[in-house]
Ligand binder design. Structure first.
Ligand code: DGJ
Length: 673
């Protein structure tokens, strides 16, 4: 039995040594755990297996029909595996179960580790003889039998990532996944299951995520007898030689009895405190040049933006795409990572020095895994890209992907990044990736090798440049997962910077990932994508719910806009610890309300965000209620001094008296004596 502060996870061995989930849910005592382990699996009708929906790590052989977590093939073609339990070991919070195969020299280790509210699981295969691993997932997750099930997951596409869906899981298989060699904007490796009755604040929810930034799948399957099992893994096959070991990425799971809000808070805490390298830090207010100068950047226009950004209170100036090689558009330049001599005739040093003089740190955009065919790098090394000899290759955004599985490519990439960071005072790297990987060619280790090589490079750069912070970006939110968050400090959730759309994007993102990771820029009106002209204050109030950034062309902002922006940035800095480190309470969802609201709570401080989005007819405003404050406490508005009791805030709510569509308010409450 593994115990988290608020849950229990019980594994036991059934007949034929098959590891089964006896319990995943509320805390139980030993007697109950034993009783749960003794509950018979149930009767399988014809064409069914009693094991399906109970197994911790089903294989694709034997009397079972659920989607397997594991599929092996030996050189003689045999695919049957049958595990014999050898032993278990417990080392602090880490449980290992050892199995050996009945006739083959293959061993399986199932790992379980309790980390805060989460059980981390992964599998290790040790080959004593050659074996092809067709599939090796990290874990199968089996919630207990309930009358019904509902699946929550996030879906999307470029500029529309993070759309939250909750759908009844009626029959058969739902596959969440990516075949793009990166996490992808289409789905995120996370899900939650409930029985259809959980709400934001109540009800049992089972949730799991996969820490992997490559091709992946989570297969959620409703069995004929009604149970559900979800098996999560990286989607690569591989060949193990005798003596080799394969270790899967981690899949983490959690249970709560307190609804979807609690699920998110548990994921946020786990990621911030146990996964991210710098989760305890506060992230600076950044400026990013992309929407302002696009590919047309040069030292003069970056300096002009930097002067304005510093005057507003920005703390980090990030120069985006366009500073290197012949990068005048997306046609050319990727791969040639030296400053464009026409745009930066003196190199980057003078710009960085001025940015530092202005009191800001300097950040830079890179897309290291890519190359344009129109580049010196490609002309020198056409064989460095993924391609199938004899077949046409496929460009996307006029670019090809470098084969990071080749040691010389990985060494080159690490070399220039290392030199860039060593030679310049760079505090922040926005690491972008703007196309999926295709055309693997004959490389047997694809696609996993790409992700592993990326991880190794990032880990090494972090180790050698410990003060540099990294942002993960893949055309927006295409590479966000617990695997990349173990080696990056924040992420760019979407290229969609329309604040009204962002409310939905941020709600989906926040199901799993904390505000501390969520870069959010205030950009210009009309928005480049949607054409919407939203008030500056509303745009700020949406972005202030994450890691605030500015992404507009500040040289066109009026004096009034600059004054308002400076005041809002100052306000953000006052509430920043609450937003970035606090516990999120979603009060009203943009999916169901035209007056969405949320609050962050950190110790004795609360930041409450209220917006009107899609509000019509000038309907009277209903204040959002704050039922989560400790009883019999008093709270003071840090700006107006108004005092409230917790009971007032829980029953009447916090009334920002919003009226017109796109009115908004951010209120900072402090606990009063
Ligand atoms: C895609 C990113 O999401 C944008 O923010 C920007 O960096 C562009 N790439 C630059 O090409």
């Amino acid at each position: 039995m593994l115990r988290t502060p608020g849950s229990a996870y019980v594994v036991h061995l059934g007949g034929e040594d098959v590891p089964l989930t006896a319990h995943w849910g509320a805390p139980v005592d030993d007697e109950t755990a034993l009783a749960l382990a003794r509950v018979p699996l149930g009767t399988a009708r014809g064409w069914e297996s009693a094991l399906d929906g109970h197994e911790e790590y089903p294989s694709d052989s034997g009397l079972r029909f659920a989607t397997p977590s594991l599929a092996l093939r030996f050189p003689d073609g045999q695919r049957t595996v049958r595990w014999r339990f050898v032993s278990a070991s417990i080392d602090g919070d880490h449980l290992r179960l050892y199995f050996t195969e009945l006739t083959r020299a293959v061993r399986l280790l199932l790992h379980y580790r309790v980390v805060s509210d989460v059980v981390e699981r992964w599998a290790e295969l040790r080959a004593g003889e050659p074996v092809e691993v067709l599939r090796a997932d990290s874990a199968a997750w089996c919630p207990p039998r309930r009358e019904d099930y509902r699946l929550s997951s996030v879906h999307g596409r470029w500029a529309a990532e993070w759309q939250l869906r909750r759908e009844a899981l009626t029959a058969g298989l739902v596959r969440l996944g990516s075949r793009r060699t990166t996490t992808s904007p289409t789905q995120n490796p996370w899900f939650a299951l409930d029985d259809g009755t959980a709400t934001e604040t109540a009800g049992e929810v089972w949730s799991a995520a996969l820490a992997w930034s490559g091709t992946w799948h989570i297969d959620v399957e409703r069995q004929p007898a009604g149970r559900v099992v979800a098996t999560a893994g990286a989607g690569s096959s591989l060949a193990l030689a005798a003596g080799e070991t394969h270790t899967t990425p981690v899949s983490a799971g959690l249970w709560t009895g307190d609804g979807f809000g609690a699920v998110s808070r548990m994921w946020h805490r786990y990621l911030r405190e146990h996964v991210m390298p710098s989760g305890a830090e506060l992230r600076p207010v950044l400026y990013n040049s992309w929407e302002a100068t696009g590919f047309r950047l040069d030292e003069t226009n970056q300096l002009a933006l930097a002067e304005r950004a510093a005057a507003l209170g920005c703390e980090l100036f990030v120069m985006d795409d366009g500073w290197f090689g012949a990068r005048l558009s997306d046609d050319a330049g990727l791969g040639d990572w030296t400053p464009n001599p026409d745009r930066f005739p003196r190199g980057l040093a003078p710009l960085i020095a001025r940015v530092n003089e202005l009191g800001m740190r300097f950040g830079i955009w890179v897309e290291p895994e890519m190359v344009n065919p129109d580049s010196a790098l490609y002309r020198a090394h056409p064989d460095w890209v993924y391609a199938t000899p004899g077949y046409p290759r496929h460009e996307m955004r006029n670019q090809l992907v470098l084969n990071l599985g080749k040691p010389e490519v990985a060494a080159w990439l690490h070399g220039w990044m290392d030199a860039l960071l060593a030679e310049h005072d760079i505090a922040f790297v926005k690491w972008d990736m703007n196309r999926p990987v295709t055309d693997p060619g004959p490389d047997p280790s694809w696609p996993a090798a790409h992700t592993l090589s990326l991880y190794a490079i990032l880990d090494r750069l972090r180790r050698d440049h410990p003060t540099v912070r990294f942002e993960s970006c893949a055309s927006g939110g295409g590479r966000v997962d617990p695997g990349i968050l173990a080696r990056t400090d924040q992420v760019w959730p979407s290229d969609n910077t329309d604040a009204a759309d962002r409310l939905h994007i941020q709600e989906g993102f926040g199901q799993v990932y904390p505000a501390r990771t969520m870069t959010a820029w205030v950009t210009d009106a009309p928005n480049f994508l949607t054409g919407n002209r939203l008030p500056l204050r509303f745009r700020f109030h949406v972005a202030m719910a994450g890691v605030l950034g500015i992404g507009g062309d500040l040289t066109h902002w009026t004096l009034d806009e600059q004054t308002e922006a400076a005041a809002l940035i100052a306000q953000y800095k006052r509430i920043r610890p609450i937003v970035q480190h606090g516990a999120l309470h979603r009060l009203r969802s943009p999916a169901t309300s035209t007056a969405p609201a949320l609050a962050y709570v950190l110790a004795d401080e609360v930041a409450v965000f209220q917006w009107l989005a899609g509000h019509r007819y000038g309907e009277p405003y209903v204040p959002p209620r704050l039922p989560f404050l400790p009883p019999s406490t008093r709270w003071q508005d840090a700006e107006t001094g108004t005092l409230f009791t917790s009971a007032f805030l829980a029953t009447h709510g916090l009334d920002a008296t919003l009226f017109r569509n796109h009115d908004s308010a951010v209120t900072h409450l402090r606990r009063a004596p």
